[in-house]
Ligand binder design. Structure first.
Ligand code: NAD
Length: 261
């Protein structure tokens, strides 16, 4: 028995990183998974490997969401789970951030989550209820210099999560958020994207990051995408049946406070 037997779940940004691990784990736990991304080659290859279905979905576009729902319902007859995982990060001081850059981060991270909820909630309700997991961040619960646009959108995702939980509870839909700290993916370690340029395939950069997080994070290391996937599984499955509207921090203790020693 898998924890997601009989479930049909769409995971955005699932071609790589945390979304990829969520797709892998959800399939292993018995779900039919729609791997959604803008990285078509990677997404197709992953879907083929794990026995999922790939769908091209730019989360910032409402027409792409409609097409993804149509693909899900024509393949499986229904959909009862969503993981809003896709996101982008840009580094800039607020005063140096071009308006277009700020708006693009909002359009993908914040509008993308809004469109996901708006488009899929009626389908999930029609399926008799289900779950939505939104990917916020450590930076959605506290400030982080140099990532102002990103941090603003991640705070907004927590607000959207709470409101959606209130509005959708009566329809049998639970809505929660994951708030990862530093996780070892291409977002925090771009060397992973170009292993050819790095003979260690990103391992050297990972080691450097680990040195940084050994100092910053009480548990002494950067997180793994598989660990976030297990939290998303908990919030998608029945083990969290009485939980809705909550942000779940997964950060090795980073947000707990600062050490003076
Ligand atoms: P990642 O860059 O490896 O993955 C992001 C995925 O989103 C990619 O597959 C990318 O193609 C996809 N994507 C980007 N724009 C898209 C769009 N418009 N439509 C559809 N897909 C799109 O990074 P990750 O760490 O796996 O990020 C996953 C989520 O976790 C993001 O929301 C990110 O903000 C969040 N997060 C990451 C960290 C971290 O340290 N890595 C920490 C906190 C939160």
């Amino acid at each position: 028995m898998g924890k997601l037997d009989g479930r049909v779940v769409l995971v955005t940004g699932a071609a790589r990183g945390q979304g990829e691990q969520e797709a892998r784990l959800f399939v292993a736990e018995g779900a039919e998974v729609l791997v959604a991304d803008v990285l078509d080659d990677q997404g197709e290859a992953l879907a083929k490997e794990i026995g999922a279905r790939y769908v091209h979905l730019d989360v910032s576009l409402e027409e792409d969401w409609r097409a993804a729902v149509a693909a899900a319902t024509s393949a499986y007859g229904r959909i009862d789970g969503l993981v809003n995982n896709a996101g982008i990060l840009r580094f800039n001081e607020l005063v140096d951030t071009p308006l277009e850059e700020f708006q693009r981060v909002v359009q993908v991270n914040q509008v993308g989550v809004f469109l996901g909820i708006k488009t899929l909630a009626p389908e999930i309700a029609a399926a008799g209820g289900g779950t939505i997991v939104n990917t916020a961040s450590y930076a959605g619960l506290t400030g982080m210099a140099m990532v102002g646009a990103y941090s603003a959108t991640k705070h907004a995702i927590i607000g959207l999560t709470r409101v959606a939980a209130l509005e959708l509870a009566a329809k049998g839909i639970r809505v929660n958020a994951v708030c990862p700290g530093a996780i070892d993916t291409a977002m925090s370690n771009p060397a992973r994207l170009d292993p050819g340029a790095d003979p260690t395939g990103g391992a050297a950069a990972s080691e450097a990051l680990d040195g940084l997080y050994r100092k910053l994070v009480p548990l002494g290391r950067i997180g793994r995408p598989e660990e976030v996937a297990r939290l998303a599984l908990f919030l998608t499955g029945e083990d969290s049946s009485y939980i809705t509207g909550q942000p779940f921090v997964i950060d090795g203790g980073w947000l707990a406070g600062v050490s003076v020693l």
